[in-house]
Ligand binder design. Structure first.
Ligand code: NOJ
Length: 522
């Protein structure tokens, strides 16, 4: 623990910039890397230590970049490699690290490897790079097993062979345009190593690793016990994920990354058994693992406490710093999750103070610092593959990906010079823009700025927290420096002595902390 607690990432505030939605520099309605560069002063003022950029590699964008056709180049939509170089240089000049998303579980179906696999037909080496199988039943009419795609429908698609006849099936845990790589083939790692070195040598400070509990598949590809699993809720016995072979892959990645001792790897690990989760964080595997327990907890003191205790226990088992996140590009925004409207916003602000009081690394998703809610988008603008793949039964994740409002009174709120943004922006966001909140006491933006500043001034928050005895519905924990975070999740005010109050998420009422609020006190 001690060694990893010294590293910059061990208590960093990471800012997740979803590049399509952060800021558009060239007026095409889609955010880009020069847009992120333009926003760096804003991010420096917010106090973030590092950026996490969702994938910007060359991609047909079937899953908005998580379908990578060339892992060692930046898509022109985002400004190409030069734009990334400009961003890295400008971020480093402000002491902000830059981490990128890496997608090793699958490629795009437009990747030259997959195109070659289709062109050469069954039996060739090219097919060995992916998971091709013959179908079951007469004429191989049925998929090789019962696995379902995370986006809905079967996880297998049948190809038309070069002779024009229906032939083998290939595996895609996500969209058909995201064929899974065969990680039993050494070429998968050889290519990933090239990719890792390519970006590290360009000055990238680390990687968020997509589906870090995926990649390895179990021998024989046994059926799923319950092929009705929903998006991103994997059960412990789900054969698609968390197979033992994945750890050798992470050890390989770590060996390469160790050549750049300051670089960090952060795994997306949807694994909820603590022992299993901790395996990913052994000293020769990932540095950090996303822990999604806080995302799953309701605004309820007992649930929040359990999520925190559990995350701390998992990190402890691993001897690695804990990580915290309330939202990202895959989940409903917390303002909406906690009930929406004024109450949802109040609760989201309170939970921001809870999260920022915890030891370890924190991830803030762009727009969270503005208190953005999820957006109800009309059917015709939905883009997430989940919508079509689920037979239009699940709306998918577009509602949490709407572009950031920067200024002005109407869409596109300074996000772009084009009104035709890639997802429409709501007409009622004028009070949520950066401009409307900048310097305004009590705004969500100022709450985040102040809380991050205090967090930094508190130094090393240690490895755990001390829980204080409080009435039901209230949560109180103390850091090693004696600062207490108090959350009021009851429906009545909680008395507070205000002389030692460092920050509150809502104004005190006659010295009391109102419901749906949190405070830091010394
Ligand atoms: C997890 C990513 O966060 C999500 O956005 C993506 O769709 C899947 N992995 C597939 O790459």
């Amino acid at each position: 623990m001690t060694e990893s607690r010294q590293a910059w990432w061990s208590r960093a505030v990471f800012y997740q910039a979803y590049p399509r939605s952060f800021r558009d520099s060239d007026g095409d309605g889609v955010g880009d890397l020069d847009g992120v560069t333009e926003g760096l002063d804003y991010l420096a003022r917010l106090g973030v230590d590092a950026l996490w950029l969702n994938p910007v590699m060359v991609s047909p964008m079937a899953d908005h970049g998580y379908d990578v056709a060339d892992p060692r180049d930046v898509d022109p939509l985002f400004g190409g490699l030069e734009a990334l170089d400009r961003l890295v240089e400008a971020a480093h000049a402000r002491d902000i690290k830059v981490t990128m998303d890496l997608v090793p579980n699958h490629t795009s179906s437009a990747h030259p490897w997959f195109q070659a696999a289709l062109a050469t037909g069954p039996g060739g080496n090219q097919r060995e790079r992916y998971v091709f199988r013959d179908g079951q039943g007469p004429d191989g009419l049925h998929p090789p097993n019962n696995w379902v795609s995370i986006f809905g429908g079967p996880a297998w698609t049948r190809v038309v062979e070069p002779d024009g006849n229906p032939g083998q099936w290939y595996l895609h845990i996500f969209d058909p345009e995201q064929p899974d790589l065969n990680w039993d083939n050494p070429e998968a790692f050889e290519d990933l190593e090239k990719t890792l070195r390519f970006w590290l040598e360009r000055g990238i400070d680390g990687f968020r690793i997509d589906v870090a509990h995926g990649m390895a598949k179990p021998p024989g590809l046994p059926d799923m016990p319950r092929p009705d699993a929903e998006m991103l809720t994997h059960d412990a016995d789900d054969p698609r994920f968390n197979n033992d072979g994945v750890h050798a892959i992470h050890r390989g990645i770590r060996t390469v990354v160790n050549d750049h001792p300051d670089a960090v790897t952060i795994g997306e690990i949807w694994v909820f058994d603590n022992e299993d989760f901790a395996k990913y964080l052994r000293p020769d595997e990932l540095h950090l693992g996303f822990n999604f327990r806080l995302v799953r907890a309701d605004f309820d003191a007992a649930q929040v406490r359990e999520a925190i205790e559990n995350s701390l226990a998992a990190a402890d088992l691993a001897g690695s710093p804990p990580t915290w996140t309330l939202s990202n590009h895959d989940v409903e925004r917390e303002v909406t999750r906690y009930g929406g409207g004024a109450v949802g916003l109040a609760r989201a602000r309170a939970m921001a103070l809870v999260m920022l009081a915890l030891p370890g690394a924190v991830f803030v998703y762009n727009g969270e610092e503005l208190g953005l809610p999820n957006v109800d988008l009309p059917d015709e603008v939905l883009q997430d593959p989940t919508w079509e793949r689920s037979g239009r039964t699940q709306r998918g994740r577009d509602g949490c990906r709407v572009p950031m409002p920067w200024s002005g009174d109407e869409p596109p709120y300074g996000f772009s010079s084009s009104a035709d943004t890639w997802l429409p922006m709501p007409p009622d966001w004028s009070s949520l823009t950066v401009e409307a909140q900048d310097g305004v006491a009590g705004s969500t933006l100022e709450l985040f700025r102040t809380a991050i500043e205090i967090r930094h001034s508190r130094g090393d928050l240690g490895a755990g927290v001390e829980w204080l005895a409080v009435p039901t519905g209230v949560l109180a924990f103390q850091g090693t420096d004696g600062v207490t975070c108090l959350l009021n999740a009851t429906d009545h005010p909680v008395p507070l002595s205000d002389e030692d109050v460092l920050i509150t998420s809502a104004p005190l009422v006659g010295g009391d902390l109102p419901p749906n609020a949190a405070a830091w006190i010394r």
